[in-house]
Design a protein around this ligand. Sequence first.
Ligand code: CTP
Ligand code: MG
Length: 223
Amino acid sequence: MHAAAIVAAAGSGSRLGADLPKALVPLAGRPLVCRAVDALLDGGVAEVVVVVPPAQRAEFEAALPAGVVVVDGGATRTASVRAGLAAVGPAATAVLVHDAARPLTPPAVIARVLDALAAGAPAVVPVLPVVDTTVLVDADGLVTDTVPRAPLRRVQTPQGFDRATLEAAYAGLEADAELTDDAAVVRRAGVPVATVAGDDLCAKVTVAHDLTLAELVLRAGDA
Ligand code: CTP
Ligand code: MG
C-alpha cells in the first residue's frame, strides 16, 4: 500500500488569535505544521501534500521539509482538502487526511489507521470515548436531556481512506458543501467508516490553552 497524506493547514486560526496562521505558530520552536508532517512521515506515509493559505505560501515553503508538495487552500476546510486531493501523486492507493493543528499525533495512531486500510477498510477514523456527562439544552440553555454516553465518540485525525473511495465521494459532493471532517464526506456517499483507538496526544490546538497544554506535555517528555 502506498499512502499519501494531505495536511490541512490553510486556516487562519481565529480562535487561537496568534499574529500568524495557526499552522505556522511554533510549539517549542517548531511550527505546528512541521510537527504534523514529521509524525506522518515517521508513521509510514510515503508522500505529503500540505494545503496552505495562499497569502503565506512562501513562509510555509520555507518552513517545510524538502519533498513536501505545497498547494493553495480554499475558504473552508472542505475546499482545502479538495485542493489537496487534486495534488496527490499517481502512485498513492490510500490517502490520510490530517489537521496541521494536531502537532503531537503519535506515529502509533498513524500506524493503526494505515493497518485498518491495509486490512480492507474503505475509511477509518481514530476516536476516543466521551468522558463528560453530555446533555441537550433548549434555546434558553436549560438542560432538556442527558445523552447516553456509551455509544458516543470524539473523532480525531488522521482519517484514512481508500483513495478511489475518497475521490469519488468528493466528486459527488456539492461544490459549496462545508463538512467538518472527511469521514462525513464519504459517509454522505454511503461508505462505512471504521474506527481505531485515537490518543489524547492527537488533541487539536484550537484555543491558546491547548497550546499551553501541548507545551507542558512536551516539557514533561510525554510526547
Ligand atoms: N483548515 C484549512 N482550510 C480552511 C480552514 C481550516 O486547511 N479554510 C485547516 C486548519 O488549518 C486546521 C484544520 O483545518 O489545521 C482544522 O481546522 P481548525 O482547527 O478550525 O483551524 P482554523 O480554521 O485555522 O481555526 P479557526 O476555526 O479558529 O479559525
Ligand atoms: Mg476552523
